[in-house]
Write a protein that binds this ligand. Structure first.
Ligand code: GCO
Length: 450
């Protein structure tokens, strides 16, 4: 009896000790980052360039599915050097942007050399401002000539994307430091083929899974083409990662579903690229399996886009048998997304468990008042540093976004920019909170974060 009591006491003491250690600060201040760390911000062609009238998204806008039309957006097609000079003023050493496929190849097999020349000018301007270039080949928009022939449901699109990739590599390859093939294949499929909010507006999970498979194949094919032409190229894709947890702690079905969804959403594409076997599955819902030649190891780094956490609730009444919820008693951004910095650490650790280096290719906050971004940056960057401490090979952080921009179906209202944009005048103004990232970039540390 006495021994048992003693044992209980001992266990309690050890437990308290461990808990106290866990609560202790993880790093001596100031937090510093590895040498040659990339510091920068991201944009995407259709969201900032303006004048893109040849893609499925433009048609979607015409169909009245978006709050505003992108129109001239930030007019970055013309003002790109102004944008880069702002990045330079903020001490960034890199910038992520995307190339608009429908400009380069306005109709099938027709190459617009003037647009290739335009992007050469853009990338040169970035280099002249001391910015390494990270170039996305497909950021949500697909040329109309492709979607007219079935878009990403058509397996031929994989070949067409490969041809476009080859053209871009030949035309721009000498000016690209990092490649991203596709942006967020999982988001494209969820919004475009499952919930139907973005083009092509379908609600067909089966077709969505086929599209996801095609996007992964398109990535792998593009990866190989880029490497054939430029053996030393660094090629990744931008993977949207989220944290999924059960909605009610007492309901094991919520937790179990969260495990399945987490694996499908966050890990299965990476695992497929590791093994060469494309396997997408959620028990009773999704089951896709195919050996894809040339896919094994077709990745040099994982680009992580991280924003938030979701809670999963078992629901017999919903077609998918679950609902996606947001934690209520937590801080949220202007769009109601939970602000959950620990998710950054969790996402990095998950991605890096596959053995690839990681770049954060997006992370940001809709915060029109600029009251939350400062803390957001500090909290998320700290989590990046903790992941590095724990062995993850993180090599860069790109904030979403460099400037306010057109947020797809939500139009111009959400303000994600380090730089505020007045859309009437195209006046750009650096937001005070941008200082956190500028100083981090200038000093390779988080000395401004408490
Ligand atoms: C995405 C895209 C960006 C968005 C950003 C904010 O993640 O949806 O890559 O185009 O604008 O994420 O929602």
């Amino acid at each position: 009896m006495r021994n048992t009591r003693l044992l209980v006491l001992l266990v309690a003491i050890v437990a308290i000790g461990v808990a106290a250690m866990g609560a202790a600060p993880r790093r001596p201040k100031p937090i510093t980052f590895p040498k040659n760390f990339l510091w920068g911000a991201a944009t995407a062609a259709h969201q900032v360039e303006g004048g893109n009238y040849n893609s499925d998204w433009y048609q979607w806008e015409l169909g009245g599915h978006t709050k505003d039309r992108a129109g001239l957006a930030d007019d970055s097609y013309h003002l790109y050097d102004t944008d880069f000079s702002l990045a330079q003023q903020m001490h960034h050493n890199s910038h992520r942007l995307s190339i608009e496929w429908s400009r380069i190849e306005p109709s099938q097999g027709v190459w617009n050399w003037a647009e290739i020349k335009h992007y050469r000018d853009v990338l040169k301007a970035a280099h002249d401002r001391g910015l390494k270039t990270m170039v996305t080949l497909h950021h949500f928009t697909t040329p109309i000539w492709v979607t007219d022939q079935g878009g990403w449901t058509n397996a031929e699109t994989v070949t067409w994307f490969a041809q476009y990739t080859a053209r871009v590599v030949l035309g721009l390859g000498d000016l690209v430091d990092y490649w991203l093939t596709v942006n967020e294949p999982n988001v494209m499929v969820l919004t475009g083929y499952v919930v139907g909010l973005t083009p092509p507006g379908k609600t067909d999970l089966k077709q969505g899974v086929q599209v996801l498979a095609n996007l992964v194949k398109a990535h792998a094919k593009a990866y190989n083409i880029i490497h054939d032409l430029i053996p030393s190229a660094r090629v990744g894709f931008a993977h949207h990662m989220r944290v999924f947890e059960g909605n009610s702690w007492w309901n094991p079905l919520d937790a179990l579903l969260a495990v399945f969804i987490d694996d499908f959403w966050n890990s299965q594409i990476l695992r497929s690229l590791k093994t060469g076997h494309l396997k997408l599955s959620i028990p009773f819902l999704v089951d896709y399996s195919e050996e894809v030649p040339g896919m094994k190891g077709a990745l040099d780094y994982v680009g992580i886009n991280y924003y938030t956490r979701d809670l999963i609730k078992f629901d017999l009444g919903s077609p998918q048998k679950f609902d996606i919820m947001t934690k209520v008693d937590a801080p949220h951004n202007d769009l109601g997304w939970e602000i959950y910095p620990e998710g950054m650490y969790k996402s990095i650790m998950k991605a890096s468990s596959f053995g690839w280096p990681v770049y954060i290719t997006e992370n940001g906050i809709a915060d029109a008042g600029d009251t939350m971004r400062r803390q957001f940056l500090c909290d998320h960057l700290k989590q990046v540093s903790y992941a590095i401490d724990d062995g993850a090979d993180v090599r860069g952080y790109m904030h979403w976004a460099l400037i306010d921009n057109w947020e797809w179906i939500l139009g111009f209202a959400p303000r994600f920019g380090l730089v505020a944009v007045n859309y009437d005048t195209q006046q750009r103004t650096i937001r005070p909170s941008a200082e956190i990232l500028s100083d981090a970039a200038a000093t390779n540390s988080l000395r401004l974060c408490k």
